[in-house]
Design a binder for this molecule. Structure first.
Ligand code: CP
Length: 292
């Protein structure tokens, strides 16, 4: 594995290797690099969870962190992402983590650079590190993916998390169902749309998504959204005894999920964030394993 760009590039074996590496890290088996390494975090879209959990993961692994944000970098002077990555490699970056608004931009440059690249979210394309931390969270709970019923609920069309998780979960043997307003259904996913009530009553994993307003051409009417497509307290009460609630964040309390449900015993939303650090340590260790 040279880069991590998309869940489409990972086999089931790759995914299990990363999950087991995350488990080892959580048990305290932290990899140690043999020399000083640098990670460049190039975040050209806002981020709270992904960016800061990468910083924590990098520091826990002993890496120095280079922070490249859009407004403070020479990208504002017209330098391309390709030249930004080459520049950072020239000044010793061993790894580049990139968030960008354009789908597929990392695929365009990855073959032309020597430094490993991790996709930290590209437009509506992919968010593989979020997906892997979600898979780790599900695996901790159920110890398998085979036959699990996972409902992905919300703005599917504009969600890179939905796309990444849908690909990976089906590859691992889960049954994936979708709930979405008709205009937010994805043209690549034409099957398995069900009602919110059906999804919530049968799913082992209820995965909510926020409305991706920044990617909409016209403002959506959100009146009554929680009651028609969201996870209310009444719906949560109808979930199976052992089923769990997930959300990649950022979440909007009272919009797609009732505020009390975010903090309910079934919620693994904050556990996902904690797992994000561990899984990102596992991913960095995998990409830099020649440096041990
Ligand atoms: N889940 C996620 O990508 O959150 P951030 O936008 O805060 O990084």
């Amino acid at each position: 594995m040279k880069h991590l760009l998309s869940m489409e590039d990972l086999t089931a074996e790759d995914i299990y290797r990363l999950i087991h590496q995350a488990e080892a890290i959580e048990r305290g088996d932290i990899p140690v690099f043999s020399k000083q390494l640098f990670a460049a975090n190039i975040f050209l879209e806002p981020s709270t969870r992904t960016k800061n959990s990468f910083i924590v993961a990098e520091r826990r692994l002993g890496l120095e962190v280079l922070d490249v944000s859009g407004e403070n970098s020479s990208l504002t002077k017209g330098e391309s992402l390709y030249d930004t990555v080459k520049t950072l490699y020239s000044i010793s970056a061993n790894l580049c983590i990139v968030r960008h608004s354009r789908n597929g931009i990392l695929r365009e440059i990855a073959d032309q650079v020597d430094v490993p690249i991790i996709n930290a979210g590209d437009g509506t394309g992919q968010h593989p590190t979020q997906c892997l931390l979600d898979l780790y969270t599900i695996y901790q709970e159920f110890n398998t993916f085979q036959g699990l019923k996972v409902a992905i609920i919300g703005d599917i069309k504009h969600s890179r998390v939905a796309r990444s998780n849908s690909d990976a979960l089906r590859k691992l043997g889960a049954e994936v169902y979708y709930v979405s307003r008709p205009e937010w259904q994805d043209e690549d996913i034409s099957e398995n749309y069900v009602s919110i009530d059906e999804a919530v009553e049968h799913a082992d994993v209820v995965m909510l998504l926020r409305i991706q307003r920044e990617r909409h051409e016209t403002a959506a009417n959100e009146n009554n959204y929680l009651h028609t497509y969201g996870l209310t307290k009444d719906r949560e009460a109808k979930m199976n005894k052992n089923s769990i609630i997930m959300h990649p964040g950022p979440f909007n309390r009272g919009v797609e999920i009732d505020s009390d449900v975010v903090d309910s015993p079934k919620s693994r939303i904050f556990k996902q964030m904690t797992n994000g650090v561990t899984m990102r340590m596992a991913i960095i260790s995998e990409l830099l394993k020649e440096e041990f």
